[in-house]
Design a protein around this ligand. Structure first.
Ligand SMILES: Nc1nc2c(c(=O)[nH]1)N[C@H]1C(S)=C(S)[C@@H](COP(=O)(O)OP(=O)(O)OC[C@H]3O[C@@H](n4cnc5c(=O)[nH]c(N)nc54)[C@H](O)[C@@H]3O)O[C@H]1N2
Ligand SMILES: Nc1nc2c(c(=O)[nH]1)N[C@H]1C(S)=C(S)[C@@H](COP(=O)(O)OP(=O)(O)OC[C@H]3O[C@@H](n4cnc5c(=O)[nH]c(N)nc54)[C@H](O)[C@@H]3O)O[C@H]1N2
Ligand SMILES: [Mo]
Length: 663
């Protein structure tokens, strides 16, 4: 980003035309970053709760009063058991400094519970690690030169714009673009073909593609022999998936399977842009393993513009000094329990027990809005409303989570603080220089944890490290902070075709079809589907997915007026046939419900929804919804097959016209 500042105020935000991946473009959301940062509702002083829990009633207090009181409360809890204290953070900023640097040191020194950060990507991450050894893939720039691009489980125009620009370049050069997504997204509109499979059936489709690659002799047997472990077993498994069986499971036609396999097996270079949307189901890990094997069977990796990309973040691992930033040595031999962020609803409501450990007595939330984004939010809210829970939230705004706090502490935005960023879509390291002064009394997360550490009596010199010191510590010797500061970003040294000759980051350099300890991947049906839970499906016959609305970033930007005006209000997209069967009309208010709860919103009958699947666009702030709920009222806390991730898009519901409104 390039920020233009006049008299200390941001007047313009642009993409940087010199950066190879972004090429001068910003997505709609981030181009409104100034509107967000100067928002009249920014929290600009520390706030202390005065009203009942959860009502969002606060009075401003001084930093000193807030920090001293918080430190006092934490000390008292820690004296009984530090594991009763829980940090909760995720994607608000993904920077190395304002994420887990001083914060991690703070919680390590304290001996607090550790947070298992699973809410987004850990099923796919575990699957890539099992298959390739790490989260590695194609260099994103190379997609511009592909002849076939399969965009699989990603609404790239909305959530991965910089990739879309490259895919579009390939399209102009004659490449074929195919989108695999239950929803007819903005991206599907712009592809040559859209395959609208049922949610959670991607593993079956991948097996069917393998079947066709085998029977039509579209395999690169030399690449397989040299670089793939476990092919014989996988081959046998794939041969059990003829197109007709796949069609039945996926809710598509056998010809769609055959044609997709033909395109994939006979076009070179062929690239797959897989994204995290398809791993938010029970079998997400197995599905990613199966898709990740496809380019290894056709030898697509031989060409720079062939292969697949889910995440590039593993490429950064050798260049990041996580231990130096987070200082696990401060645990001093203790091994606190871990709490999975995706089951925060259940865990906040759990009593002390030998298996669980102590009841959670305090939560410190930063860079996250769990009340809106975590599954089964009825339970998350009930947990945060516990009278005996002490909650501190570092935030820019009074989000649904901040409303539940005992203290809200004003944090800086990325315009106001220093940070270093890696990426999961490209391969450059970036610096985030502060462009303006902190607004009001806001402080960077790092500084808030420094001040808290001092009041807790933590005397280790590492708690005094400045942000610049942290930035230098974040990178290993191969990358120079001074060079980064001078140029804005540094490209990692990665070959254009990194796996043309194998060399995957597994112990023996080979792709693991048969992964140690896991065996072969298979199709794993959803927890909730007509096939796997027919009784449940009789009561709740519609599958609901909840991908992000185009103009929001998870629950960020929902309160930015110009963006919310584009989205309008929370919507449920529904197919005309499903609506007709229920007497539902376009634009009507509906009740969407299952055993976990009820969510009311307006229905949009439109072709973006396929029959049998409804799309509840997310992630709205609960308090801006019709009756103070959002889609996560309906999602559940069961975890994926790998990586212990949530299965947001594995969810059955029923929909009815809202009788209150209809009357
Ligand atoms: N505008 C916008 N951009 C974002 C975000 C945002 O909230 N808003 N979030 C950011 C973050 S944190 C992330 S992790 C990435 C996520 O980016 P993506 O991985 O691209 O994920 P989503 O956009 O959540 O979902 C992608 C698509 O998956 C589809 N989908 C749902 N279930 C299935 C399935 O079972 N199979 C298949 N094949 N497709 C399925 C959805 O309909 C959706 O269109 O985007 C980032 N970019
Ligand atoms: N139903 C459903 N639920 C989902 C998803 C879905 O597709 N469907 N997507 C999931 C995914 S992919 C993800 S990644 C999670 C994301 O969930 P979260 O990590 O909670 O992300 P956000 O909702 O964007 O909330 C981040 C908060 O951090 C704050 N913030 C931003 N920068 C800073 C900072 O520098 N300091 C501090 N202290 N605060 C800051 C923002 O104001 C914002 O309120 O949600 C998940 N939830
Ligand atoms: Mo995410």
């Amino acid at each position: 980003m390039r920020i233009t500042v006049q008299d200390g105020r941001v007047i313009k935000i642009q993409g940087d035309p010199d950066h190879a991946t972004t090429q001068g473009a910003l997505c709609t959301k981030v181009s409104r970053y100034a509107e967000r940062s100067y928002h009249p509702e920014r929290v600009l002083t520390p706030l202390k709760r005065v009203g009942p829990k959860g009502r969002g009633q606060f009075v401003p207090v001084s930093w000193d009063e807030a920090l001293s009181d918080i430190a006092g409360r934490l000390k008292a809890i820690a004296a009984r058991d530090p594991e009763a204290i829980l940090p909760y953070s995720y994607a608000g900023t993904m920077g190395l400094l304002q994420g887990e640097s001083i914060a991690a040191r703070f919680f390590n020194k304290l001996g607090a519970s550790q947070l298992l950060r699973t809410i987004c990507a850990s099923a796919g991450g575990a699957a890539l690690a099992a298959t390739y050894g790490h989260k590695v893939g194609m260099r994103v720039e190379q997609f511009a030169f592909s002849r076939l691009i399969i965009i699989w489980g990603s609404n790239s125009i909305a959530s991965n714009l910089h990739f879309w620009t490259l895919a579009n370049q390939a399209k102009r050069q004659g490449a074929k673009l195919i989108c695999i997504d239950p929803r007819k997204t903005e991206t599907a509109d712009k592809c040559h073909q859209h395959i609208a499979l049922l949610p959670g059936t991607d593993g079956a489709l991948a097996l069917g593609l393998m079947h066709e690659l085998i029977v039509n002799h579209w395999l690169d047997q030399d690449y397989i022999d040299r670089h793939v472990d476990g092919w014989d077993g996988l081959r046998e498994r794939a041969l059990q998936w003829p197109p007709e069986r796949v069609a039945e499971v996926c809710g598509i036609s056998a010809d769609e399977v055959r044609q997709l396999a033909r395109d994939y097996g006979t076009t070179k270079p062929a690239a797959i842009r897989l994204n995290y949307g398809m791993q938010r189901v029970r079998g997400g890990g197995n599905a990613v393993r199966l898709v990740a094997l496809l380019p290894c069977l056709t030898g697509a990796w031989r060409q720079a513009a062939g292969g697949m990309l889910l995440s590039s973040s593993g490429f950064f691992a050798p260049y990041k000094n996580t231990a130096q930033l987070e200082r696990p040595d401060l645990l001093a031999g203790r091994t606190p329990r871990t709490i999975n962020m995706s089951t925060i609803g259940d865990d906040l409501l759990r009593e002390a027990s030998p298996e669980f450990g102590p009841k959670i007595e305090a939560v410190i939330v930063y860079n996250s809005n769990p009340v809106a984004v975590a599954p089964e939010s009825g339970k998350v809210v009930a947990g945060f409303q516990r009278e005996d829970l002490f909650t501190v939230v570092l935030e820019h705004f009074l989000t649904d989570t901040a409303d539940q706090a005992d203290y809200v502490l004003p944090a800086t935005t990325q315009l106001e603080h220093l940070d270093v960023h890696t990426s999961y879509g490209h391969t450059t390291v970036l610096i985030n220089e502060p462009a303006i002064c902190p607004q009001g009394q806001a402080l960077p997360n790092t500084q808030i944890f420094r001040e808290l550490a001092a009041r807790m009596g933590f005397t280790e010199p590492c708690f005094a490290d400045s942000d610049e010191t942290l930035a230098r510590q974040a990178l290993v010797d191969g990358l120079s902070f001074d060079e980064l500061r001078a140029t804005g970003w540094l490209q990692l040294p990665i070959a254009d075709a990194p796996f043309a000759h194998g060399g995957f980051p597994t112990p023996n350099g080979k792709v693991q079809a048969d992964a140690p300890g896991l065996g072969l991947p298979d199709y794993v049906p959803n927890y909730e589907s007509r096939q796997s839970s027919p009784e449940l499906a009789r009561r709740y016959p519609l599958a609901m997915i909840s991908p992000p609305a185009r103009n929001f970033l998870n629950s960020s930007f929902v309160n930015v007026k110009s963006l919310r005006d584009i989205e309008g209000e929370p919507l449920l997209e529904m197919h005309g046939d499903d609506a007709a069967a229920r007497g539902i009309q376009d634009g009507q208010v509906v009740r969407v419900f299952n055993e976990r709860g009820t969510y009311r919103c307006r229905v949009a009958l439109n072709p973006r929804a396929r029959p049998g699947v409804v799309n509840g666009l997310g992630v709205w702030w609960r308090k801006l919804g019709l009756d103070g709920t959002n889609v996560n009222e309906l999602t559940h806390q069961r975890l994926t097959d790998m990586g212990e991730a949530p299965s947001f898009y594995d969810c059955l519901v029923e929909v009815q016209a809202d009788s209150l409104r209809a009357a």
